[in-house]
Every structure is written in structure tokens, then in C-alpha cells.
Design a protein around this ligand. Structure first.
Ligand SMILES: Cc1cc2nc3c(=O)[nH]c(=O)nc-3n(C[C@H](O)[C@H](O)[C@H](O)COP(=O)(O)OP(=O)(O)OC[C@H]3O[C@@H](n4cnc5c(N)ncnc54)[C@H](O)[C@@H]3O)c2cc1C
Length: 429
């Protein structure tokens, strides 16, 4: 029998079954809020771990191992009674209240889609083929590998032009991810790479950050953008705003006006969209494939299907294009939905979602960060300290917090990081 026809082995109970797809910020929070209530909770994720994406860039820049920012979902769910299956959602059949995954089918009473977002290459196929992205733990490891591998290759090149193209790094997208990556790369160039590669002249390495819009961190205040720009320039990053990259063929990065640069490491951090789910009506999707939801996160056209987090598009007077795709929105929507699902089963009124913006932070490097909080804007050392504390406390698991703290302290004291293993697939050895 095909796996897809097989009914997943989850016990039938008298309780309503809530199937949550996605164990990211939104899905995990929702499951943990509901498991003590009178529901049967089934959580599906294509991976068996929860990933703390905000620190992915440190994995890419050899600062942390992926295990420090990932937490096994089965461990989180110990003693909760939550049923976890590592499964990838493929199709929803709303008329039968059933979904199809790569390992079998499953009935639901309520379905919550918390599947997050993916990298948006804006239909630029060549760029998608040759540039690196940073949305998952393997993506971050690929970046780490590519940077280190290209440095190893540069050692064996003769012409200066060749050497430069292997050392150069271009980051596309001047949002928080691009800015954080560029800053971390610049610190690596300053403190780590000259010691590891004394035979290479670091003046041959350019770190370039390209942003199509007129300023970096366009979701933050103008003063935060200006400070981030100043910090990056001081760290030696070449920043090009108002510069939409045209194409990339694996070696040549094409820029507006016919200009081009030879660069072997290109990282695309210029946008996200969501993956469409088979079986959900096309009319239920809005901009960037986000699912249109009402003020209680119900997907347009369906009574018992909900979406939260990055893949949900809820418009409100202060957010006409939907809420920002950040962890706080996913967490807060999970909180409201947990309440509303309980209200729904009791036929009581539902509470419309209201987003409490706790502010934005972005870091560029040691003692360099910007903070836009509802009550204050600041930058520099205190913003960096706040960024560090907020991120440390947000990581799931005490052990992970300690590992991250240890790595950060080591790096802080020694100006070095020790995780520079080049992990290759067996066939490439
Ligand atoms: C590099 C990076 C840096 C970021 N930095 C910050 C930051 O500093 N601050 C901030 O607030 N936000 C940041 N974000 C955004 C933040 O991570 C997201 O807003 C947040 O993760 C959204 O939560 P979510 O639950 O909607 O989705 P996610 O946390 O992305 O979770 C989605 C889950 O769904 C699973 N999944 C997807 N498709 C399927 C499927 N078909 N079947 C089964 N499972 C599936 C995935 O494996 C994943 O576990 C960053 C994101 C990235 C990529």
C-alpha cells in the first residue's frame, strides 16, 4: 500500500483533534499552550527539531554549531501527551477534514497551518541556482562550507583576479539578516581569517552588501539605518544601496548599468514568501502566497482551518499589508489562537488579534547594534547588550542557552571562534 494511503497511527479519542503543521515559533507555542486543555494535539513538522532562525547567521559565520540553535521536538513534548510525527504536509482535503503527508493521511477537527516562509528569489532562476540562501540549518552550513572552501581554493590560485573572486563575498538584501551577516563576515575578516590564512592578502577580499531600496534596515527607523550603515562602513563592508542586483551565473554578479563583479560566494537574503499548499483554494492566498486570514486567524473560505505566523496575512488598520514576518507576531498569534480555539468549542465569542509591537533590534558586531523600542531608540553598546540578552533568553532549552553563552564568551574574550570544520558530503571527499 502506498504510504500516502496509510492512515497515521494516532489513537482516536473523544477529544477534538487539532493538527498543527509546523513546529516553528508559532506552531510550537500553540501546541504548548493547548496540550493541557481538552484537545488531542498532533504536531507535524518536516524536521524533528525546532530551529531558532535569528541566530542562523552565526552558524553560517562559524560562530555556533547548528545543534546550539535547534531543539528536538520530541524532547520538548516529553510528558505532554502531544503526538509528534516527522512528516511533510503535501495536500489538504478540506471537504473530508483530512490531510495528506509524505508518510500517510490524517483526519483533523481543526487544522492550524504554521509552516512559515521560504526564500523568495522573485523568479530569478539563475540567482536561485547559484546563490546561497539562509533559511534552514543546512543552508547555514552550506554558507560556512562555501566560504571556507573558497578560501582553501584561493590558496591554490595564481592570478590576483582569481584569488579575489574566491575571497570576495556578496550579500544581497540589506534587511536584518543581510546586515548581521555582513557585520559578522567583516569581523571574521578582521580577527580570524588573517590568522588562519597568513598566506593570503586580506586586502584582496571584499565584503559587499547590496540593497535595492534607498536604505538598509528599511523596516526600522531612519536613525537605525544610518547607524547600521556607519557601523558596516567602519568595519570595511562596501555597502551599495539603491542597487538591485541583476543576475548571477556562479562567477559574475551583474549590477545595474552593465557593471559586474567576480565573486564566488553570493548570499541571497533579499526576501521571503510562503509555499502554497495543495488543496487550499487559490482565492485564499494573498501577497507572497501568504494565507489570507481574518482577525481570529481563520483562513479565508474555511471554518476549521487556521494559519499563524509568517504564512498568515492578516490586515489591520495599522498593518494594511499584513503584520511583519517576525517571531513576535507568530508567538502572539499562537497565544490568541490557543484562547480562541477553546472559546470556539464552548460556543463563546472569539477575541480578535491585536499585535503588541515590542520593538526591533539588529546587531552589526561587537558592541554595535541598533534598537527601536516603543519607548526609546538607541544604538551601540547598550543596544548590543540588549540584543544579546533577548536572543539568549529566547533560545529553547537551558543546555542550548549555556552552549550559546559559552561560545559567545569565548569569542568575546579571544576574538576567535573555533568552529571552522568544513563538513562535506561523502561523495565529494
Ligand atoms: C535568517 C533569519 C533571521 C531572522 N531573524 C529574526 C530576528 O532577529 N527577529 C525576529 O523576530 N524574527 C527573525 N526572523 C524571522 C522569524 O524567524 C520568523 O518570523 C519566525 O520563525 C516565524 O515563525 P513561524 O512559526 O511562522 O514559522 P517558522 O519558525 O519558520 O516555522 C515553520 C515550521 O514549519 C515547518 N514546515 C514548513 N513547511 C512544512 C511542511 N510542508 N510540512 C511540515 N512542516 C513544515 C518548518 O520545518 C518549520 O519548523 C528571522 C528569520 C530568518 C530566516
Amino acid at each position: 500500500m502506498s504510504l500516502k494511503k496509510y492512515l497515521l497511527n494516532i489513537p482516536e479519542t473523544a477529544e477534538k483533534r487539532i493538527v498543527i503543521v509546523g513546529g516553528g515559533f508559532g506552531g510550537l507555542k500553540l501546541a504548548l499552550k493547548l496540550y493541557k486543555k481538552k484537545f488531542q494535539i498532533v504536531l507535524l513538522d518536516k524536521n524533528n527539531y525546532h530551529l531558532f532562525q535569528p541566530l542562523l547567521y552565526q552558524v553560517a559565520m562559524s560562530g555556533l554549531e547548528p545543534s546550539a540553535i535547534s531543539f528536538p521536538l520530541r524532547k520538548v513534548f516529553q510528558k505532554t501527551g502531544i503526538h509528534f510525527r516527522m512528516a511533510e504536509l503535501e495536500t489538504v482535503i478540506p471537504s473530508d477534514n483530512e490531510l495528506v503527508t509524505n508518510i500517510g493521511r490524517l483526519k483533523y477537527d481543526y487544522l492550524v497551518l504554521a509552516t512559515g516562509a521560504k526564500t523568495n528569489f522573485f523568479n530569478q532562476d539563475q540567482i536561485e541556482k547559484y546563490a546561497l540562501q539562509m533559511k534552514s540549518a543546512p543552508d547555514a552550513l552550506f554558507i560556512r562550507n562555501r566560504v571556507l572552501e573558497n578560501f582553501e581554493k584561493a590558496l591554490n590560485k595564481i592570478s590576483e583576479e582569481d584569488i579575489k573572486s574566491y575571497l570576495n563575498v556578496a550579500i544581497i538584501g540589506g534587511g536584518p539578516t543581510g546586515v548581521e551577516l555582513a557585520g559578522a563576515m567583516a569581523e571574521m575578516k578582521k580577527y580570524v581569517l588573517p590568522k588562519d590564512y597568513p598566506e593570503l592578502d586580506m586586502h584582496n577580499m571584499k565584503i559587499m552588501l547590496f540593497e535595492a531600496s534607498p536604505r538598509l534596515l528599511s523596516g526600522m527607523s531612519e536613525s537605525a539605518s544610518a547607524s547600521a550603515l556607519k557601523y558596516l562602513i567602519n568595519l570595511g563592508v562596501e555597502v551599495f544601496t539603491g542597487t538591485p542586483v541583476q543576475d548571477y551565473d556562479g562567477t559574475i554578479l551583474s549590477l545595474p548599468g552593465g557593471a559586474s563583479i567576480d565573486v564566488k560566494t553570493v548570499i541571497w537574503a533579499a526576501g521571503i514568501n510562503s509555499a502554497r499548499i495543495d488543496g487550499i483554494d487559490d482565492r485564499s492566498y494573498g501577497r507572497n502566497n501568504r494565507l489570507l486570514v481574518n482577525s481570529v486567524n481563520q483562513v479565508s473560505g474555511y471554518e476549521n482551518i487556521f494559519a499563524i505566523g509568517d504564512n498568515a496575512l492578516m490586515t489591520a488598520s495599522s498593518y494594511p499589508n499584513g503584520h511583519p514576518q517576525v517571531a513576535q507576531v507568530a508567538l502572539q498569534q499562537a497565544h490568541y489562537l490557543a484562547y480562541n480555539l477553546r472559546q470556539l468549542t464552548k460556543n463563546r465569542p472569539l477575541k480578535p488579534f491585536h499585535y503588541t509591537d515590542k520593538g526591533s533590534l539588529a546587531t552589526v558586531g561587537r558592541h554595535l547594534a541598533v534598537a527601536d523600542l516603543p519607548f526609546a531608540r538607541f544604538k551601540g553598546y547598550f543596544a548590543w547588550l540588549l540584543w544579546s540578552i533577548v536572543h539568549l533568553f529566547s533560545i529553547v532549552g537551558v543546555k542550548n542557552k549555556l552552549i550559546v553563552l559559552l561560545n559567545w564568551s569565548w569569542k568575546y574574550l579571544t576574538y576567535d571562534q573555533s568552529l571552522r570544520l568544513l563538513v562535506k558530503h561523502k561523495s565529494k571527499n
